[in-house]
Design a protein around this ligand. Structure first.
Ligand code: ASP
Length: 343
């Protein structure tokens, strides 16, 4: 192989590779997709492509497919300098978060991208997103990758994968990283913000594949009923419930609600405090309306995105449902998904 960067493109599906049939967008396979991009092999990279058969709308993504993606990366890790994963935008933030937690000690770029308009449409955003993602995945300095982490590239911005959130269903600028700075901005040049990009690991790659989905999200709203709350808290299937609270982690104070939380935690089960806000931190105890969470040893998710909280919970539950051990692992940063670790 020459000194061209070698990039593996993994095409999972998504709008980037869809066409309109009657009234709906449906996926096409990669051979069809590539016809819309005849110049791809003229790029100055060594490219190989693996396409899912059939490609999927990312609304159909699930943990088994995360494992499949990670296994493809694992078995090609030494052969390639970087990886570009074409993925639907709907659940891209979940997959990018999960994959970042599953691939520990990463020192090569894994760049997720997709598009809001299919590649065959005149005004498509697919080509720019794909070409720049390839460039980022292949960018090296003194033989070392510039961005050795899992990230999302979309509409001129490179974001840390486990900090992203799909914020718009119709703007080209579809993703936000509310609690972490942009890793790079693409204009005429690609300006890398080296101070906030991971330095890459020295240890060898370690894969985590055990995932347990015994987790649920309980989103609070004024007027929430006991029936709504207990259908999750009284269901023995769940090892962990993510409470989506208000502001920096506050909730209603009604006795029935606190009693249900008490009963749930008394069984050794895990309650996680996550905010409905997109920016900021959970600070339990700042208001009296979150003191009960300290008393019940509810686990703060700090400034993690909901996508990171859900996927990290599934991965940590794959290792343990012991509350103490869970808390220790969950509140540690695996790969930059949380900023502050208050005591
Ligand atoms: N439903 C599509 C998907 O997530 C949307 C997209 O790709 O933008 O696969």
């Amino acid at each position: 192989m020459s000194n061209k960067s070698a990039i593996l493109i993994i095409f999972t599906g998504g709008t980037i590779g869809m066409i309109k049939k009657v009234n709906n967008y449906v996926p096409i396979n990669f051979n069809e997709l590539i016809k819309y991009f005849p110049d791809i092999d003229k790029l100055n990279y060594y490219l190989e492509i693996i396409g899912f058969n059939p490609p999927i709308d990312s609304a159909e993504m699930n943990p088994k497919i995360w494992v499949k993606i990670v296994e493809i990366i694992e078995s090609n890790y030494t052969k390639f300098d970087g990886f570009v994963i074409l993925h639907g935008t709907d659940t891209m933030a979940y997959t990018a978060s999960a994959v970042s937690f599953m691939l520990q000690n990463l020192n090569k770029p894994i760049v997720f991208t997709g598009s809001q308009l299919p590649i065959g449409v005149h005004r498509t955003d697919a080509k720019e997103n794909l070409i720049t993602s390839i460039e980022i995945a292949g960018c090296r300095s003194y033989g070392k990758s510039i961005v050795p982490e899992v990230c999302v590239y979309f509409e001129n911005k490179l974001l840390r994968g486990n900090r992203t959130h799909k914020s718009s269903s119709n703007e080209f600028n579809a993703f936000k990283s509310n609690n972490y700075p942009i890793l790079a901005q693409a204009g005429i040049d690609i300006n890398y913000n080296l101070n906030v990009i991971s330095k890459g690991a020295l240890k060898s790659l370690k894969i985590h594949k055990k995932i347990k989905n015994t987790v649920a999200i309980l989103k609070l709203f004024p007027g929430i009923s006991r029936e709504n709350v207990i259908c999750l808290l009284k269901n023995d299937f769940f090892d962990a419930i993510i409470l989506q609270t208000y502001g920096c982690g506050n909730s209603l104070q009604e006795k029935w609600f606190i009693d249900e939380l008490k009963e749930f935690t008394s069984k050794g089960k895990i309650l996680i405090n996550a905010s409905q806000c997109e920016t900021g931190n959970i600070v339990q105890g700042r208001y009296k309306t979150s003191q009960q969470f300290i008393d019940l040893d509810v686990i703060s998710s700090f400034d993690m995105t909901l996508e990171s909280i859900v996927t990290k919970t599934m991965l940590v539950l794959g290792e343990t449902n012991n509350k103490k051990m869970f808390k220790e692992k969950f509140q540690k940063s695996f790969c930059g998904e949380l900023t502050k670790v208050p005591k």
